[in-house]
Ligand binder design. Structure first.
Ligand code: MEV
Length: 425
């Protein structure tokens, strides 16, 4: 039986047998969906309830030679199916080669406004470089002890009005917002004293320093992208052409990137990371040339379909909700984002998996578009959603969804199928 055809408990049992899911995590996932009330209340302000979403897994995404099961949380029916499809094609071609920057850096900005003598202030701040490093070290000794900390400082005017200190910080395996904000506020206080002006703001930027991005590449035999009777060569040419369209047409680029973020955001959410930080950084990066462009591009090279992605990924595997949410921790263990040999944790494996996932997610979407169109697959998956919206519960969901496969897939039909099922069970 195929994995997607199994009941959730059989899927967990299969993953346990394969060794990608521990008995403890299987147990945790079986009863997950509700946080401990104290955890939920402690996580946000004014908590009044909980909001459950399904956690799925894209299987066997081969990244740098290692197959990974990638947990994903999403409300969109087709996302995990598309990711799994893309991962399957990638595996047929030796997988995805991905590369994360050697250091996991974030940038914080301390900005002053209305500095009367900007040249004098610039000179003072530039001459205090060493002091800035001292302040940063004292503000966050724990990150220095973990091998990270402030790496670079630059001072620059922004228009006529502002003066900015940019702080590039190695945050090791953390997402880094808290580390960066703590250091930025300490530098803001000290630098404010040096130049006699109170800082306007001191905060992390969700843009990555120096345009540092995670990259991934895949080289495909066109035969492996054949789709529903359409020859692989034709589909591959179509994928490359759709990529050129995304470069030429911003409206298409937005949807192209939305498809990429379908996968990345779902895998970011599954680990308790900040989806908005990743989305903001990705879209800003897409527009870094002054024109919004596709994050992943595809071309035919020597008879092969080659896909490349570059995307900044501001994520972490220690700290915040990535540590405090039990299901997020389980998701990280399933995908083996943290080394299990006790060596220093790093975000690289996670970032590389996310970039690879975005690339295969894009491949699955473009392949469907270049092949039979998106609705064929989408609507088949949408059937369960329609069944649930029509009021189906328990076993009725699969029965109504199955009946809808050969009928018109709309809410009215789903309701009438459900009515017929209930009157003649
Ligand atoms: C749907 O959620 C995402 C797609 O529209 C992406 C794309 O068009 O490339 C299928």
């Amino acid at each position: 039986m195929k994995f997607y055809e199994m009941a959730p408990e059989r899927r967990r049992a299969r993953m346990q047998a394969e060794g990608s899911l521990s008995p403890q995590d299987a147990e945790l996932l079986a009863r997950s969906g509700r946080l401990d009330p104290a955890v939920a209340d402690g996580l946000i302000e004014n908590q009044i309830g909980q909001f459950a979403l399904p956690l799925g897994v894209a299987r066997g995404l081969v990244v740098n030679g290692e197959p990974r099961d990638v947990p994903m949380v999403t409300e969109e029916s087709s996302v995990v199916a598309a990711a799994s499809n893309g991962a399957r094609i990638a595996a047929l071609n030796g997988g995805v080669a991905a590369h994360a920057p050697a250091e996991h850096r974030v940038r914080a900005e301390v900005v002053f406004a209305d500095v009367l003598d900007r040249d004098a202030a610039l000179a003072i701040l530039s001459s205090r470089r060493r002091d800035v490093f001292d302040v940063a070290r004292r503000a966050k000794p724990s990150i220095v002890a973990r091998g990270g900390g402030l790496r670079d400082v630059s001072v620059e005017p922004v228009r006529d009005e502002f003066l900015k200190i940019a702080l590039d910080i190695d945050v090791q395996a953390a997402m880094g917002a808290n580390i960066a904000d703590t250091i930025a506020e300490a530098v803001a206080a000290a630098a404010g004293d040096w130049i006699g002006v109170r800082a306007l703001t001191a905060i992390l930027t969700n843009a990555v320093p120096g345009g540092q991005a995670v990259t991934a590449e895949i080289v495909l035999d066109p035969a492996t992208v054949a789709c529903r009777g359409i020859a692989g060569d034709e589909v591959a040419e179509g994928v490359a052409r759709l990529s050129r369209l995304a470069e030429a047409d911003v409206e298409r680029a937005v949807t192209h990137n939305k498809g990429i973020m379908n996968g990345i955001s779902a895998a970011v959410l599954a680990t308790g990371n900040d989806t908005r930080a990743v989305e903001a950084g990705a879209h800003a990066f897409a527009a870094r040339t002054g024109r919004y462009r596709p994050l992943a591009v595809w071309s035919m090279e020597e008879g092969r379909l080659v896909g490349r992605i570059a995307v900044p990924l501001q994520v972490g595997v220690v700290g915040g909700a990535t540590t405090s949410l039990p299901a997020a921790r389980a998701a990280q263990r399933i995908a083996r984002y943290l080394p299990d040999n006790g060596s220093t944790p790093s975000v690289a494996a996670y970032q590389e998996t996310l970039a690879a996932l975005g690339l295969v997610q894009n491949l699955a979407a473009l392949r469907a578009l270049a092949g039979p169109g998106i609705q064929a697959g989408h609507m088949a998956l949408q059937a369960s959603n329609l069944a649930i919206s029509a009021g189906a519960r328990g076993g009725e969901i699969a029965a109504v969804a199955a009946a809808l496969q050969s009928r018109s897939k709309d809410l009215e039909t789903a309701k009438s199928v459900l009515g017929a099922l209930r009157s003649d069970p």
